[in-house]
Design a protein around this ligand. Structure first.
Ligand SMILES: [Zn+2]
Length: 809
């Protein structure tokens, strides 16, 4: 027998082992997974307990499905914005095979060619980039089925936690694999969806204050990330056309196959699938109702309130011809809230109060909502109680929160539940609803409070209950079953009906802007006449301020806590200021489309209405409305030992003690920043030039100058506030002159008044006044203005105090 030399033997052995490994790489799936747990479902997966790995069986190539990513366990900071249950990206994806690799490609759904011409469709595919989200190695295979190691992708930062932390300046964080793993408790496979979850730890350096505020160890943040692989719904869903007046959001794509002369933008409304069992009946049960599940972790009495508020929607669906189409119940403890099959309402805790929101998983092809996911911030209910306490001074005897105050806060929670669910039904904000007798839960409501004849706070009308007229109409548009009917005609009829009912719809971009012009679209407002309501609110505030004191806190609470109660009371009028100011240089319009009837266009708000608004805003600059009662100033001490200021406290310039001028300053600045908004002033100047019938910039500036700068300022608190108003007004005018957003004509007019002010105050300071303080101030302001006029820049020795946060309430 021929002896094999040692070297050759080693070579032969190595070669054999390479061949064996090559064979190992193409093991059959059964062979490869013998020791693993099998989870059969839409995409079946295997779990390798020994190595903590998840293998996905890819038996569908080039077949589209939805990949939804989410964050089941969050960070808990409103400022960072990584909340428990937050939905991430929804991608239309497909697996593709490239040799020994499998790729997961996200399809570009915005640019399309809606045609049967394959070449035309291909030209779009090639023109706009798709995104390959992940590449996988094939570890085993059967004929057309590949087994891939999904673990690295599952353990990656698909939700963009590191990016978000960096963007919020909260430190440099990256994934630590050694502290990350597949989370099998929430990894399951079902017939139409496969759910996979991981525990991920981010290690970081230089953690920011928000991270420090909420973490155990600010250098290690552990969260969960979830992947839902979802089978596409069947083709029996019909998208519904978007109309800007419908009250719905729009899901848009651009169609490059649209006929020349037609719009390329295709817009659908997002909505759940809902059809009648019998469409010939005026009222019918649905084929399948829309069911929402409430977080079982909500405590009473909030839980019942959330359930009740959610159920209001069923009334709207009833009006749209359904019976029992909308159901709300508590989520069974065994169910996973991130599971795509459940519409959920989650009660989410954060370190500080913040926004609630309603998100949805939407099929990007059609706008069909597959899952509604409501996030309700748990601190909201406490804010309403705080406002009520601040106004009612309720603790005369016991420490119990008065039943009626708590009832009002729960009314708000009902409405909040309905509001956020509304978003997940596809519905947008309608900020023009409150003027129409609180016509929608999709507006932002402000507590409607007054004092009764006995001097007690009346909260009975605090918040509305039930669906508004607008909500009912919106549901009719989005969810009516028009089988065997002319859908376009029926939808047009609903919009016509809205007009006949006097309903308006104006949403975020028009209502939120500081320079907004719409006379009825406001956030957190009440009443049909914003100016009258502002004056009424100022009265309520004055009454509450006069009785503010020891009864605003419970027995045993430190006196210094009165500070945080005082803030929402003192600034109780802030949102109504925003409402009234929009009448000034206001323009009335709707999201009109051309039809049969005459159009409204863009109508300037009439002069009398604008003048009323100016008067109401000027009331917020009057020292009598700004002065804090001596009884309040002499009651609130610096923070008690063991307690500290929060973001809801007052920032001042008097060290530890309460700054009596701080709240007046921030309130005045708030009004001025809205009144002397560059866009508003530019508009007013143009309106003046267009017609003498309109209110004018000349009038506004003349009246403002008269009220603010002709007032005397003796050495009293009223006098000091007068001076502060004068200072802030002069500076606000200078800021507009120096800004690049005011038109040159407007800048010229404001500069004219600054010159006049400098001259007037300079001369006036020579006259004898009751106090040298008054002369000194006039001389000082004249100098400051003068310096600005020379240098074009306000002297750098004054910074306006920050206003404590207001919304959400
Ligand atoms: Zn909202």
């Amino acid at each position: 027998m021929k002896k094999i030399p040692l070297l050759s033997y080693i070579f032969f052995t190595v070669l054999c082992s390479i061949i064996t490994q090559a064979h190992a790489a193409i093991k059959s799936i059964d062979e490869f997974t013998t020791q693993m747990n099998h989870f059969p479902g839409y995409y079946s997966f295997f779990y390798d307990t020994q190595n903590g790995k998840v293998y996905l069986k890819v038996d569908k190539f080039e077949q589209q499905f939805l990949l939804q990513q989410s964050l089941p366990y969050g960070i808990g900071s409103n400022d960072i914005g990584l909340d428990r249950g937050q939905l991430g990206n929804t991608h239309l994806v497909q697996f593709e095979r490239f040799g020994d690799k499998v790729m997961l490609r996200a399809v570009n759904t915005y640019y399309r060619a809606n045609t049967s011409n394959k070449a035309e469709q291909q030209s779009i595919k090639e023109a706009f980039a798709s995104s390959i989200l992940a590449g996988f190695k094939v570890v085993a295979e059967d004929k057309a089925t590949a087994l891939i190691d999904y673990t690295p992708y599952l353990l990656s930062d698909v939700h963009g936690v590191s990016r978000k932390l960096a963007a919020r300046k909260q430190g440099n964080f990256s994934l630590d694999e050694s502290r990350s793993a597949v989370y099998m408790n929430r990894s399951k496979a079902f017939v139409k969806n496969t759910e996979l979850e991981a525990v991920l730890t981010f290690k970081g350096t230089k953690p920011g204050e928000f991270v420090r505020q909420v973490s155990v160890d600010p250098y290690a943040l552990t969260v969960h990330m979830h992947h839902s692989l979802i089978q596409l719904p069947d083709d029996n869903y019909t998208p519904r056309k978007f109309n800007p007046q419908s009250g719905f959001w729009s899901i848009e794509h651009k169609d490059y196959a649209a006929p020349l002369g037609d719009s390329m933008y295709v817009r659908y409304i997002p909505r759940h699938r809902l059809t009648k069992k019998d469409s010939s009946l005026p009222i019918s049960e649905p084929v399948k109702p829309i069911v929402y599940y409430l977080d079982p972790g909500v405590p009473e009495p909030v839980k019942s309130a959330l359930l009740e508020g959610g159920k209001w929607w069923n009334d709207a669906f009833t009006a749209a011809g359904y019976k029992n189409a909308f159901i709300v119940k508590v989520l069974p403890s065994s169910a996973d809230p991130m599971d795509i099959r459940y519409n959920v309402i989650q009660w989410v805790h954060r370190a500080t109060r913040g926004w609630s929101y309603g998100s949805s998983v939407i099929d990007p092809r059609t706008g069909e909502i597959l899952k509604g996911h409501v996030t309700l911030g748990s601190l909201r209910v406490r804010q309403d109680i705080l406002i009520a306490e601040a106004l009612a001074a309720p603790y005369l005897k016991g420490n119990e929160v008065a039943k009626n105050l708590q009832a009002m806060a729960l009314d708000r929670i009902r409405q909040l539940s309905a509001h956020e669910i509304g978003h997940t039904l596809g519905i947008a904000h309608n900020f023009a609803a409150s003027v129409g007798d609180r016509a929608s839960v999709m507006d932002y409501p402000h507590p409607l409070l007054s004092f009764n004849e006995q001097g007690k706070l009346d909260v009975t009308r605090g918040y509305a209950t039930g669906m508004g007229v607008w909500d009912t109409q919106v549901i009719k548009y989005g969810y009516s079953d028009f089988t065997n009917q002319d859908e376009s005609a029926e939808l047009a009829a609903i919009l016509k009906e809205n007009k006949a009912k006097g309903l308006e719809f104006i949403s975020d971009s028009d209502a939120r802007a500081k320079g907004g012009a719409h006379p009825t679209a406001h956030l957190w407002d009440n009443g049909t006449n914003p100016s009258q309501e502002l004056l009424r609110v100022l009265d309520v505030r004055k009454k509450a301020l006069s009785q503010f004191g020891i009864n605003n806190i419970k027995t045993g609470d430190s006196l210094s806590q009165l500070e945080e109660k005082l803030v929402p009371l003192y600034l109780f009028h802030r949102f109504q200021v925003e409402a009234a100011v929009k009448l000034i240089a206001g323009v009335d319009y709707e999201y009109e489309t051309r039809g049969d009837s005459p159009v409204k266009g863009a109508q300037v708000v009439n002069k009398k209405t604008q003048q009323e608004a100016v008067n109401a805003i000027f009331a917020t600059l009057k020292p009598s409305n700004l002065l804090l009662p001596e009884s309040v100033l002499s009651l609130i001490p610096p923070k008690a030992y063991g307690e500290s200021k929060s973001r809801e406290s007052i920032v001042g310039r008097t060290g530890l003690t309460l700054d009596a001028m701080a709240l007046p300053e921030v309130a005045v600045q708030h009004s001025l920043s809205l009144l002397l908004n560059a866009q508003r002033l530019n508009r007013l100047a143009q309106q003046q030039a267009r017609s003498n019938d309109f209110y004018s910039l000349d009038e506004l500036l003349e009246e403002l100058y008269g009220q603010v700068f002709n007032a005397s300022s003796p050495n009293t608190m009223t006098g000091k506030i007068t001076q502060r108003v004068q200072f802030l007004t002069a500076k606000a005018m200078a800021d507009i002159v120096a800004s690049d957003s005011a038109s040159p004509e407007v800048q010229a007019q404001l500069r004219y008044y600054l010159v006049k002010l400098s001259e007037d105050f300079n001369q006036n300071s020579m006259l004898s006044h009751t106090s040298t303080g008054e002369s000194a101030f006039k001389q000082y302001l004249a100098e400051q203005v003068n310096q600005f006029l020379i240098k074009g820049q306000w002297p750098n020795n004054f910074k306006v105090l920050p206003i404590p946060p207001g919304s959400p309430i």
